[in-house]
Design a protein around this ligand. Structure first.
Ligand code: PLP
Length: 379
């Protein structure tokens, strides 16, 4: 039986050619493909700078470091995300606090954000997540965060190309740095742009950009202007504790060709969403609410029969998925005292949510098969 996953990469001959070109070149890493990918990505997102790293989690870690996050500080995020959005705070020794989600958009509830700032003094930063591709209203979030002097690190892994419309009617692309100090992206194969493993940080702040370049390569600089002294051509200085979070050129070259397909992929995702919305109308399912800026990393439905539907679809070769088990209920975060009942909207959402297959190469026939199987489940 053919398996239809919830998400998968789209690789064509251009991608394969770009990778083999790098394999025949002088640089497998630290070569010219990295700045080429960074420049093209920054342009696509509408940000001034982009820094490629080894994965989205490394991007979160370095961005948290660039905000000078310290042990004892607090970071606020949503419980409905991948654990890495919260873990980046723990890597810096900071504490994680959560605010419940909005029941319609499934992104962090801005009223609850306001309450969290009052309830937990010492929140230094917020990590909003553009969940499923729905862009968080960062203009509104920034108005709250500014009152408390907190920075914003946008987890835009689900939303390259997505946008919200600000109070002046302007489109604000996810990751463009107009409201958040930094944004991060992942190039895991289920995401919009696939490099196998890979990540990116975008920012409009030149000093943050320069610091990120150093942090991604051990905290080492070779720039004479940044060094205390210079013993000769070989000389470099390790100025702070960084990591090896570099992306290889093989993957950056793939990123460049993937990026060329990103806009078409986004349109296709939207088309698939519209077909689900009309094809599933009338069934006992809650379908997602969306705006034209939705990037549709996921198409999430809610049903009281979630487990039964999930199991039935598996028997039909349809591998739907659950996004996400609330982060505060993971045993690691429970060990800090978080428990059932802390975030009732997120927990109710988790009990019913299911992500249907959503990726640009999903054919109309395959999608029709998914829709028919869901209909026969309820018949
Ligand atoms: C995928 C993802 C990450 C982590 O990215 P990796 O590249 O897998 O490390 C972080 N946050 C969200 C919301 C994600 O979807």
């Amino acid at each position: 039986m053919k398996i239809i996953p919830y998400g998968r990469q789209s690789i064509d001959d251009n991608d394969i050619h770009a990778v083999t070109e790098v394999l025949r070149s002088d640089y497998l890493t630290q070569g010219p493909a990295i700045p080429a990918f960074e420049k093209a990505f920054a342009e696509y997102i509408g940000a001034r700078y982009a820094v490629a790293v080894s994965n989205g989690t490394a991007a979160l870690h370095l961005a948290a470091m660039a905000n000078n996050l310290q042990p004892g500080d607090k970071v606020l995020t949503t419980p409905i995300t991948f654990a890495a959005s919260a873990n980046c705070a723990r890597y810096c020794g900071a504490e994680v606090v959560f605010a419940d989600i909005d029941p319609v958009t499934y992104t962090i509830d801005l009223d609850k954000v306001q309450e969290a700032f009052e309830k937990y003094p010492g929140i230094k930063g917020v990590v909003p997540v553009d969940f499923a591709g729905y862009a968080t209203d960062l203009e509104k979030l920034k108005a709250i965060a500014d009152r408390y002097g907190a920075w914003i690190l946008e987890d835009a892994c689900h939303a390259p190309g997505g946008y919200f419309t600000d109070s002046r009617g302007n489109k604000q692309l996810c990751g463009n740095g107009q409201f958040a100090g930094q944004a991060i992206f992942s190039f895991h194969p289920v995401k919009h742009i696939a490099t196998g493993e890979g990540g990116m940080i975008t920012t409009n702040d030149k000093s943050v950009y320069e610091r990120l370049l150093i942090l991604r390569t051990h905290g080492i600089t070779r720039d004479p202007e940044l060094m205390d002294k210079n013993d000769g051509g070989w000389y470099m200085e390790m100025r702070e504790l960084g990591y090896n979070y570099r992306m290889p050129d093989i993957l950056a070259a793939l990123g460049v060709t993937q990026l060329k397909k990103a806009e078409a992929g986004l349109l296709r995702r939207f088309e698939i969403a519209e077909r689900y919305t009309s094809g599933l109308a009338g069934l006992p399912l809650t379908l997602p609410q969306y705006t034209p800026g939705h990037a549709f990393h996921l198409y999430v439905v809610q049903t009281e029969k979630r487990k039964e539907l999930y199991d039935y679809l598996r028997t039909q070769g349809i591998y739907a998925q659950v996004h996400y088990i609330p982060v505060h209920l993971m045993p690691y975060y429970r060990s800090f005292g978080w428990k059932e009942g802390d975030f009732p909207v997120a927990e109710a959402y988790y009990r019913q949510c299911l992500s249907l297959p959503m990726y640009p190469t999903l054919t109309d026939e395959e999608q029709q098969y998914v829709i028919e199987k869901i209909k026969s489940f309820y018949a």
